[in-house]
Design a protein around this ligand. Structure first.
Ligand SMILES: [Zn+2]
Length: 202
């Protein structure tokens, strides 16, 4: 893998998407260390096939994926391979992407940036529009689950510069959103969403 390919910014509170050919990888960097990046993958051939958290969990018999795992689609075949992770490996598969309704429930009375709209905008920008938002792989989102199945909103366990590498197992479009959540502490106690970065490898 080359490390000298161009580094792209995912601006704070915004989304970006990239097309990958089978065998290429995407490196996603938690530049400032406490930013959750919602991540999706869609088959280039048929956007009705996408990375599916509901299908990943029974395939892995775990609710949290680790480096070395295949991440499957809703047709139960690998779409991405989780090749590398320099962070402590705390990521979430349980929580839906945030949306304007979510922020309404949290008390916002005006439009709030959100991962669902970021997904749609990012995919439109690469000429790959979709109309539904699958559950994302929430990179670095820390949702501890207790023995009774209760969940809490943790702060990320990652540090600045941590990265993951996801390898395309089929031609696919990967979308990422720097989650604009600034009410709950999922992007750190400061509740201050930041940018992140990515590059295409191979
Ligand atoms: Zn979000």
């Amino acid at each position: 893998m080359t490390q000298d390919s161009e580094l792209f910014t995912i601006p704070a509170r915004r989304g970006r998407a990239a097309r990958l050919s089978q065998g290429q990888s995407i490196q996603i960097v938690n530049t400032h260390g406490a930013q959750v990046v919602d991540t999706w993958a869609f088959s280039t051939e048929d956007p009705r096939e996408f990375m599916s958290m509901e299908h990943i969990r029974p395939t892995l018999t775990r609710i949290f994926p680790h480096a070395g795992d295949d991440l499957v689609s809703n047709r139960r075949r690998p779409i991405l391979h989780f090749a590398e992770d320099t962070s402590p490996g705390v990521h979430d598969t349980l929580m839906a992407a945030c949306d304007d309704y979510r922020y309404g429930l949290l008390g916002c009375t005006e439009y709030h940036d959100n991962c669902t709209d970021n997904l749609f905008a990012a995919l439109r920008n690469v000429g790959f529009p979709v109309t539904e938002c699958p559950s994302p792989l929430n990179l670095w989102m820390n949702i501890p689950v207790d023995g009774a199945g209760g969940t809490t909103w943790g702060v990320p366990a990652s540090k600045p510069g941590d990265h993951v590498v996801l390898r395309a197992e089929m031609d696919c479009v990967v979308a990422m959103s720097c989650c604009p959540q600034d009410i709950l502490p999922i992007n750190g106690e400061a509740r201050a969403p930041t940018e992140a970065h990515y590059r295409i490898l191979g």
